[in-house]
Design a protein around this ligand. Structure first.
Ligand code: AMP
Ligand code: GLY
Length: 425
């Protein structure tokens, strides 16, 4: 098969690395790709928002399957346009990707299909949003409805903060994503992520993970795209996974089919495990980054025929075999991230780091410059390791991190702390 992967992050490097191991693969392309992806795929200098260019590339290169990594091209309808041109694509249509593209849409689906989630209200003007907040009290959660690169959520501890958040969003802090505001009940519990694959007919449970969104140790400081992740999530017992499938994922797949948007692709459910059971925080319509990196490290099956079966609607013929090992990913970011950071700094020691047993360094924001690896983004490297426990995976990952020479970068030293503490107790 000839495969085109769309994206340029660590998630896409992990997908390309996994796909490159398939005996069914003939040629692998990635648009636009990055420095690390270039080791396993042909990087194509093409803008994925130019759907006509993507379609032309697929025709010219006999592409059998396109795998779309990030949410933006999904929400923009890349899969719809590829499908209309007779090109097989992995990922939801724009209609189905509303599950990530509009938080209000997802909350309405939950309300109609009795899917457990936080109580909510949707508002198009500040006054009615504020009246709702005053009636509910704090703490309360204020969200921009649309895609805001993970930054459109304000966890307000006081009434004043919540009211200010409404003004902040309606004044345009998140652009068009803030044309509508969703206000939610503040849930408490432990967070976990659940991944499933859907082919428009049924859903196959994949695996679980936990991530660390905050930039600072002890989960403090501003939120980022994710500073690390590990899989499986200990809080997600087999019984809890079954409840998530029965109470959340399967009803969502039914809802989407009923609405004329049968869901194909990844269900990435962000969950709060509360005292009364699992509740949906939000859906993402693609793999998590860096959650994908830990999933790919644990997957034993050949992923390529499974990805194709998702696109073709034949997933029921497949199962996925997982390693019993845990996997953990430490994100190395440029100093200053998530604020302003320097670009074009040199990174050394990557071959030594990858010599650590059971370890793989996925690239996120890198490029080769005169044969040397340079950082060109905020999140730059994803040092990922397997181990028989999360503690062992953590030890290997940090051994590899310590072999990387990059004075202009940093990482959290406590990725996996919750699972490691559980394993010690
Ligand atoms: P989201 O972008 O919707 O995943 O929200 C980002 C983060 O905000 C989540 O990972 C949670 O930590 C937190 N969060 C979002 N919604 C709620 C809620 N209703 N109650 C408590 N925490 C929330
Ligand atoms: N790591 C969180 C995300 O990919 O949305």
């Amino acid at each position: 098969m000839n495969i085109l992967v769309i994206g340029s992050g660590g998630r896409e490097h992990a997908l390309c690395w996994k796909i490159a191991q398939s005996p069914l693969l003939k040629s692998l392309y990635c648009a636009p790709g990055n420095g690390g992806i270039a080791d396993v795929a042909h990087c194509v200098n093409m803008d994925p928002s130019d759907h006509m260019a993507v379609i032309a590339f697929c025709s010219d290169h006999d592409i059998d399957l396109v795998i779309v990594g990030p949410e933006a091209p999904l929400v923009a309808g890349l899969v719809d346009d590829l499908t209309a041109s007779g090109i097989l694509a992995f990922g939801p249509t724009a209609g189905a990707a509303q599950l990530e593209g509009s938080k209000g849409f997802t909350k309405d689906v939950c309300a109609q299909y009795d899917i457990p989630t936080a109580a909510y209200g949707r508002f198009k003007d500040a006054d009615s949003a504020k009246n709702y907040i005053k009636a509910e009290g704090a703490p309360i959660v204020v969200k921009a409805d649309g895609l805001a690169a993970g930054k459109g959520v304000i966890l307000a501890q006081t009434l004043e903060e919540a009211l200010a958040a409404v003004d902040y969003i309606f004044e345009g802090a998140f652009g068009a994503a803030g044309a509508e505001v969703v206000i939610e009940e503040y849930m408490t519990g432990e967070e976990a992520s659940f991944f499933g694959l859907a082919d428009g007919n049924g859903v196959l449970a994949m695996a679980t993970a936990q991530d660390h969104k905050a930039v600072g140790e002890g989960d403090t400081g501003p939120n980022t795209g994710g500073m690390g992740a590990y899989s499986p999530a200990p809080v997600m017992t087999e019984a809890m996974c079954q409840r998530v499938m029965d109470e959340i994922i399967t009803p969502t797949a039914k809802a989407m089919a009923d609405m004329g948007h049968p869901y194909k692709g990844v269900f990435f459910a962000g969950l709060m495990i509360t005292d009364s059971g699992p509740k949906l925080i939000e859906y993402n319509c693609r793999f998590g980054d860096p959650e994908c990196q830990v999933l790919m490290m644990r997957m034993k099956s050949d992923f390529l025929p499974i990805l194709k079966a998702v696109a073709e609607g034949t997933l029921s013929k497949h199962t996925i075999v997982w390693s019993d090992d845990a996997a953990l990913c430490v994100v190395m970011a440029a100093n200053g991230y998530p604020g302003p950071y320097q670009k074009n700094t040199e990174i050394r020691g990557l071959s030594a780091a990858e010599g650590t047993p059971g370890t793989k360094v996925f690239h996120a924001g890198t490029a080769y410059n005169d044969g040397h690896v340079h950082a060109i983004g905020g999140r730059v490297l994803n040092v990922t390791a397997r181990g028989s426990t999360v503690s062992e995976a953590q030890k290997s990952a940090y051994t590899a991190v310590d072999l990387i020479q990059w004075p202009d970068g940093f990482c959290r030293r406590d990725i996996g702390w919750r699972a490691v503490a559980r394993e010690k107790s």
